[in-house]
Design a protein around this ligand. Structure first.
Ligand code: PEP
Ligand code: MG
Length: 919
């Protein structure tokens, strides 16, 4: 294999930090920090290609093993210590690290290199046997869990037994305490060295019983097992689920970092923690994070102890709890390093550090995950600070995530019953039924129920439940706990560390201690599974019952970013809007027109449906004309309302599309009513209704096919559109309607419908006697339309790709039923994404490109847009930019997403063509 083991230490790194694809994010950060001269414990990174090779062949290639031996020898020399040497022991961590951050999804082993002799040596060398045996028991449990497949619970139980013995020796009556209370009364730190030494032997016996083999005492054997397990963890269930959710390709692999251990658990001058260079929820510029004194590695992120804030004054904690107050020198150095790294990477960083006997070490840096609000604020602030350009700022914010900013928050005027407060771990407001397990969350959400997942703390096993829930509440854990980090990434509301909540999984209840204003316990409220609560991840509040929500007003920074985005954009962004209210919302979100006004729902309103039914069931043209005459004034008012809201912006109106039978009466009462008003016997109407039934309505009498058999329907709609335009012109509002035909597949259909439109247009004139200006176009929704787009463009002046139907017809997948089996296709990787969410670029996309090419060849000025759901999906928008479309149209709420995504697509296309130019 090519070089795949990269040493870092002594101010030098072999790996190129830009090669995150090889080193993974963690490895690249360690290499970069080492090169910058920051205090990083030395080590080496085994590249991602080894993970891929190992998962293919089941073994680590021989030349890689030799390179690892060499790197280990160099590490031992640098440290003046050796793996397995009781007199000068070297302990290492073995940690995963993929190209994209996947917090907690893969495995890590700490304190590797311990056996009985080394533990004894470490105890002697540090003069701290408690520390040595604590490290040893942690190592056995971690290594056995990760590398040997032994259930973690066995070790937890043995640890609880030890805790119980300590309790008894202290005279505490343990029989009256549950496991949680016992843990509080006898924390880990109170378990003495002797007890830990016994625990090590008990742990080894557990391993022997579970695996039939002794726990490996040879540190080299430990190392290879650990490396193999870290690579294998790339394919564990939760990592696979996470990758699917975040579109991370399966063939990236993880790197494996082997690094000399430093210890944050050597006593009160040691600590461990995580820091963000800015506040990850709000984006405020200040060092932000959490720490735990006398704690090891994962304790902070694991959420087992609730960590303390870094800065004095944060979260209203007492001054003497902050790192700033307790270890001012280490704090200042951390602050200095944070500034250096942010300037160097020109992005907000997420840092992990350990303080060993007062000395600060950096263990990780990476681009920080942040809530959408923070992403926008940081991007805009960094332009002001001269760190990034406006174009970079636009590219920095994940377009999909800004939806969070546009979603509702709790109505400030609503009556609320506050139960408790926790940490505002991930912004957003949600109400739902309480569930206590991830599986239950998934099950209930699958039944369409909104749920709030309540856990003591979450772990990576809970990821599917977090995905299904509306929001997450944890009783323990801080701002960087698993729950907080993952929820922020998902854009889900999360309130963490609600210490007033006691969760009882067995009874499936949560008991909240409600405090009065003086901070004294007022009452205990017990809620059970299925009860409703509301959580506000923006301020950490937990409320009883459901709380109504109101719309959010995005801030000034958001407006600024969107203005920069609009300046970069080349595609127009329109909205799919069918009512004046939709139109108003769309404009408020920055839509530049309506790309799809569906007219069918307008026919369903109480006073209209009767006339629609009369029209469908009429025997002859005269009967149809009479019914349509009743509909005309309603329909005209619809368009007047929409055109008025859009004040001169383009509006594409699609003529009637669905199969007629959707409008038919279904109840006997409705038939009787019709019979009366039409003077036709009920039986006859019932028979006519039956005749109209279709086995496959989606492929049936719908779209333009309706106008071939009933031209009067489209004629009435066109008359309504043009008369509305005339009326508004009289008010000084110019309207240029775009009349769109659905589901066409032939030029002849378009010629026939164009003739209907022209006939009406001749009759409807403005005050000046001139016909109203409009354009005429078609949707491209079926493969034949795409294949023969050149012919359609002889008549159509614009195309709008109806990618919903085009996907359905091209893939032969029912829009309505595919949900039953499509998830299995996506989960198993047969399809990379749901093709109704993100466009199938190679299949449906090829038809879009083909139709665009044929159409423009026939009619160079042909206007091209898309109005299927894909018009609001960032990845699809990138594709439409490359395909040369003029606009995308999507639901009003997605308009800002589309504006940002279209700007990013334009910048990316420009960037890559600039790259080609200079290559
Ligand atoms: C489409 O098919 O993509 C489209 C926009 O039309 P509808 O969803 O109304 O079928
Ligand atoms: Mg359609």
């Amino acid at each position: 294999m090519a070089k795949s083991v990269f040493f870092f230490g002594d101010g030098q790194a072999e790996g190129d930090p830009k090669r995150r694809d090889v080193l993974g994010g963690k490895g690249a950060g360690l290499a970069e920090m080492t090169s910058l001269g920051l205090p990083v414990p030395p080590g080496f990174t085994i590249g991602t290609d080894v993970c891929i090779a190992a998962s293919r062949t089941g073994a680590i290639p021989a030349d890689v093993r030799a390179d690892v031996d060499a790197a280990l020898a160099r590490l031992e020399k640098t440290m003046g210590a050796r793996l397995g040497d009781a007199a000068a022991p070297l302990l290492v961590s073995v940690r995963s690290g993929a190209r994209a951050s996947m917090p907690g999804m893969m495995d890590t082993i700490l304190n590797l290199g311990l056996n009985d002799a080394v533990a004894e040596g470490l105890a002697g060398k540090t003069g701290n046997p408690r520390f040595a045996y604590d490290a040893y028991r942690r190592f056995i449990a971690m290594h056995a869990g990760v590398a040997l497949g032994v259930d973690k619970e066995h070790f937890d139980r043995a640890l609880d037994d030890a805790r119980g013995r300590v309790a008894t020796s202290k005279g505490i009556d343990r029989t009256r305490l549950n496991a949680e209370e016992l843990k509080r009364r006898v924390p880990d730190a109170d378990i003495p060295a002797e007890e830990l030494r016994d625990l090590v032997q008990a742990f080894k016996a557990i391993v022997k019983k579970a695996t039939g083999k002794d726990f490996p005492s040879d540190p080299r054997e430990q190392l290879w097992q650990a490396v193999g397990a870290v690579f294998a963890s790339w394919n564990n269930h939760r990592a696979v689920v996470y990758r699917k959710m975040h579109d991370i390709p399966d063939d990236w692999g993880t790197a494996c970092n082997v690094q000399a251990m430093v210890f944050g658990n050597l006593g009160e001058t040691s600590a461990t923690g995580v820091a963000f260079t800015r506040d990850p929820s709000t984006g405020e510029k200040k060092l932000y994070g959490e720490w735990l004194p006398n704690a090891q590695g994962e304790d902070v992120v694991a959420g087992i102890r609730t960590p303390l804030p870094l800065r004095t004054g944060d979260r209203g904690t007492k001054a003497d709890e902050s790192l700033e107050a307790r270890m001012p020198e280490a704090y200042r150095e951390l602050d200095r390093i944070a500034t250096t790294l942010e300037k160097h990477f020109r992005d907000m960083q997420d840092l992990e550090f350990t303080i060993q006997n007062g000395k600060l070490f950096m263990l990780q840096c990476r681009g920080a995950k942040r809530a959408a609000r923070a992403a926008v604020r940081v991007a805009v602030a960094m332009v002001g600070e001269g760190l990034v350009t406006k174009e970079e700022a636009v590219l920095r914010v994940d377009a999909g995530s800004i939806e969070q900013l546009l979603h509702p928050t709790f109505d400030p005027n609503a009556k609320k019953t506050l139960l408790a407060r926790g940490l505002s771990a991930s912004p957003g407001a949600a109400s739902g039924h309480i569930v206590f397990s991830a599986d239950e969350a998934e099950r209930r959400a699958g039944q369409g129920k909104p749920v709030i997942l309540v856990r003591v703390e979450t772990s990576p096993e809970d990821i599917h439940g977090m995905k299904a829930a509306r929001g997450i509440l944890t009783a323990r854990g801080g701002m960087t706990s698993h729950a907080a980090v993952v929820a922020r990434g998902m854009g889900k509301p999360c309130v963490a560390g609600v210490s007033a909540v006691a969760v009882n999984y067995e009874a499936q209840t949560m008991t909240v201690t409600v405090y009065d204003e003086a901070g004294l316990p007022k009452q205990h409220v017990t809620l059970k599974k299925g009860d409703i609560i509301s959580i506000d991840g923006g301020d950490g509040s937990v409320y009883a019952d459901a709380v109504p929500t109101v719309m959010n007003v995005p801030g000034q920074e958001f407006e600024q970013l969107m203005a920069w985005a609009d300046a970069q954009r080349t595609m127009e962004v329109r909205a799919n809007a069918d009512t004046p209210l939709d139109a108003r919302t769309a404009r408020a979100f920055g839509a530049e027109g309506i790309g799809l006004c569906r007219t069918e729902h307008m026919f369903f309103e109480e006073e209209r449906i009767q006339a629609v039914r009369e029209m469908i069931l009429a025997d002859d043209a005269a009967g149809r004309a009479a019914a349509l005459a009743k509909l005309l004034p309603f329909q005209r008012e619809d368009f007047v309302g929409i055109f008025r809201e859009m004040r001169g912006l383009p509006v594409t109106v699609r003529l009637l599309d669905p199969p007629l039978h959707e409008f038919l009466p279904t109840e006997a009462k409705q038939l009787e009513l019709l019979s009366k008003s039409m003077g036709v016997p009920v039986q006859k109407l019932a028979q006519r209704t039956k005749d109209l039934h279709e086995f496959n309505p989606m492929l049936g009498h719908r779209g333009v096919r309706l106008a071939i058999t009933f031209p009067e329907i489209y004629a009435m709609q066109v008359q309504a559109i043009l008369e509305a335009a005339v009326q508004l012109a009289g008010e000084g509002i110019s309207v240029h309607p775009e009349i769109m035909i659905p589901l066409a597949i032939t030029r002849a259909e378009l010629e026939r419908t164009r003739a209907i439109v022209d006939d009406v247009a001749r009759a409807v004139t403005g005050k000046d006697g001139k016909p109203v200006a409009f354009s005429f176009g078609t949707m491209i929704e079926l493969p034949r339309a795409a294949l023969l787009a050149g012919e359609l463009a002889q008549v159509a002046e614009f195309f709008s790709f109806g990618t919903n139907d085009l996907t359905q017809a091209t893939l032969g997948l029912s829009r309505d039923d595919a949900g039953k089996f499509l998830p299995a296709y996506v989960e198993s990787g047969i399809l990379a994404k749901d093709p109704f969410v993100s466009i199938d670029q190679r299949g449906v996309g090829a038809l879009v490109e083909m139709a665009a090419g044929y159409g423009r060849k026939q009619r160079p000025g042909l206007k091209l847009g898309v109005c299927g759901e894909h018009g609001g999906d960032p990845a699809s928008i990138g594709f439409f930019q490359r395909a040369g479309l003029d606009y995308v149209s999507c639901s009003p709420f997605r308009v800002p997403i589309a504006r940002l995504a279209a700007a990013q697509a334009a910048l990316t296309v420009r960037g890559s063509s600039a790259g080609h130019g200079t290559a």
